[in-house]
Ligand binder design. Structure first.
Ligand code: 5GP
Length: 191
């Protein structure tokens, strides 16, 4: 989406360690009007896939998931990051390595809210190495839910996540694909 690319180019800041900060409109302060357009774009891409639930992970996926859900007319389920791996029998759980914090998180969702009748759209703010999306797909597999696709706002296409998920057969749609970025040379998008 050109609008999103322009906004990233204008307001995004590239940090060492391959981290793109978009705190002014996506990850800290939220431009709800922009997110509303992004949500509608996800609906244009996945609206005919029978989605009845959007799954994301706390905290930064929740905003985009909620605005998208207004178009899909379905609930949002966000995976919580558990402090302990010993979380009992009422949860589906999967481990994800955190790209930004460098630690492993156990993602959990209640068995009450994810089951075999669910057709899930996985949404997240960023796609880097694919750990978060893969863990969410694992939660769906445990629950017997089917995955309609994976939508991300910003894919860093030079990192391995996109290829990994597509190789596994998931349909992955990104609203902006970063081809390369560095503090010196800025951000370049895929054609
Ligand atoms: P992955 O699990 O695909 O390696 O990384 C995706 C997750 O890490 C996203 O949920 C996002 O919160 C975080 N992340 C990865 N790369 C970036 C980045 O460049 N900037 C920010 N703000 N978050 C990122």
């Amino acid at each position: 989406m050109k609008l999103l690319e322009e906004r990233i180019r204008r307001d995004g800041k590239v940090y060492a360690g391959d981290v793109l900060k978009v705190d002014s409109f996506l990850n800290h302060q939220i431009d709800v009007e922009l997110l509303s357009l992004l949500g509608k774009e996800f609906y244009r891409l996945f609206g005919d896939c029978g989605v009845n639930k959007i799954l994301t992970v706390e905290a930064s996926g929740i905003g985009i998931a909620c605005v998208a859900a207004q178009s899909f007319h379905c609930p949002v389920l966000f995976a919580k990051k558990s402090k302990t791996s010993n979380i009992g029998n009422d949860f589906w759980s999967a481990t994800a390595h955190s790209y930004t914090h460098g630690n492993d998180n156990t993602l959990i969702v209640s068995k009450s809210y994810l089951g075999k009748n669910d057709r899930v759209l996985i949404l997240d703010d960023f796609l880097a190495n694919g750990c978060a999306a893969l863990a969410m797909s694992e939660l769906c597999a445990q629950a017997g839910a089917s995955v309609a696709g994976i939508g991300v706002v910003i894919e860093k296409a030079y990192q391995k996540g996109g290829a990994l998920l597509r190789e596994k057969g998931f349909r992955v749609e990104s609203l902006a694909r970063v081809a390369s970025m560095s503090p010196e040379e800025g951000i370049r998008f895929c054609d």
